[in-house]
Ligand binder design. Structure first.
Ligand SMILES: *Cc1c(COP(=O)(O)O)cnc(C)c1O
Length: 390
């Protein structure tokens, strides 16, 4: 079958799935009966707040919602987004042209290059980074150009160091703050610099703000659209997945430049048929309902973060305390690489973490822990690591 139906080049050119080996070892450990502590997946363990589930259950019973939804999303959902955005960031959006409903932000990220990238165009993507930016670029025939993120620079790319021949071909710039996997936040000044840079070089700026609401110690992540002139070049992705523990529901949105959203929307009308309306109504409930659940989720992650960071610090590791996201980006102890460390953690301690190299070459030297298990399991993980000779 393989020879008769070869995968298309766009599929074959994707980088190898670097987590496959870890997945295999994890399945083997589970089969052996190992008590696994899984800090691998970035998927909230806490349930969706009950008032949101209740709204969904009511709406699901209503036959009016059983038909095709409108492509661009219920106007009421887009209005709820605009209202949430104004309250949260002080930015005004026209719900009819400056908000687009997405089947999760991943979907909107993946489709964006198809709308604007020609074969041979360069797309600037963070390294390490969420793998979708690279795959989406490749599917559109574009050439990904990696922007290395270094701890010495707060995991912000050095835009001024991009070579002119790359900039000449570049059409799009993906940024992601608060950042997965490094857990870094971006100061507003950096977002302003990115907007200026995008305007000067005529780049489409796509800012992935999926973790904008997961932050600690008084840190309030900014919107790129707060920057003056940003709407001329930028869109921003948001998701209900991480904010309201709704990863399984598949609802997110993009906001910003109307022309860019219209292009993305045109791809979507040819590929999907929108978000189930009952889910959109649950999304309205999430955005307009009580927000104390968001603070409560952050408090839970913060406690887990502190137990992990303080525990590893006691063991002699050098782990910075992140101000946002539910990840801890842990420098690998000297003399090891991230894949070897991930394998040893799994086989000697039953702990799953994600090797940094899986997010790009500049992720090497780090391993990512997701704070998506109860705090006693994190305590137990620290204890188990303490018994290893690392
Ligand atoms: C989780 C995540 C998303 C998207 O999540 P959706 O569930 O598709 O909304 C987007 N970007 C980053 C960096 C993420 O970690």
């Amino acid at each position: 079958m393989k020879r008769q139906f070869p995968y298309a080049t766009r599929l074959r050119q994707l980088p190898p799935y670097l987590f496959a080996e870890i997945d295999r070892l994890k399945q083997e450990a589970i089969k052996r009966g190992t008590d696994i502590i899984d800090l691998g997946v970035g998927d909230p363990d806490l349930p969706t707040p009950p008032h949101i589930v209740k709204r969904m259950a009511e709406a699901a019973a209503d036959p009016r919602h059983h038909r095709y939804p409108s492509y661009e999303g219920l106007l009421e959902f887009r209005e709820a987004v605009a209202e949430w955005y104004r309250n949260r960031f002080g930015v005004d959006l026209d719900p009819t042209t400056e908000v687009l409903t997405l089947i999760g932000s991943k979907e909107g990220i993946a489709h964006m290059p198809l709308a604007f990238i020609e074969p041979g165009d360069a797309v600037l993507i963070p390294d390490p980074g969420y793998p979708v930016y690279q795959a989406a670029t490749a599917f559109a025939g574009g050439t990904p150009y990696a922007l290395p993120l270094y701890p010495s620079n707060g995991f912000l790319p050095d835009l001024e160091s991009i070579p002119v021949d790359v900039l000449r071909k570049a059409r799009m710039l993906f940024l992601n703050y608060p950042n997965n996997p490094t857990a870094a936040g971006a100061p507003e000044a950096f977002l302003a610099q990115a907007v200026t840079f995008a305007r000067r070089h005529r780049l489409i700026l796509c800012h992935d703000a999926a973790y904008s609401e997961i932050a600690f110690d008084g840190f309030r992540p900014s919107s790129v659209l707060s920057v003056e002139g940003a709407k001329e070049v930028a869109i921003e992705y948001h998701s209900l997945s991480k904010t309201y523990n709704m990863t399984g529901w598949r609802i997110g949105f993009a906001v910003g430049n109307a022309h860019l959203l219209a292009g993305l929307g045109r791809i979507k009308t040819n590929v999907d048929s929108g978000v189930f309306q009952a889910i959109q109504l649950a999304g309205i409930e999430a955005l307009k309902g009580p927000q104390d659940c968001v603070a409560a989720h952050c408090k839970v992650y913060q406690e887990r973060r502190d137990v992990l960071v303080e525990g590893l610090t006691r063991l002699g590791w050098n782990v910075p305390r992140p101000r946002a996201t539910f990840y801890v980006w842990i420098p690998v102890p000297p003399g090891q690489n991230s894949t070897e460390l991930a394998k040893r953690l799994l086989s000697e301690a039953g702990i799953v973490m994600t090797p940094g190299i899986g997010f790009g070459p500049h992720g090497e030297g780090f391993i990512r822990a997701a704070l998506t298990v109860p705090v006693d399991q994190i305590r137990e993980a620290v204890e188990r690591i303490g018994t290893m000779s690392l």
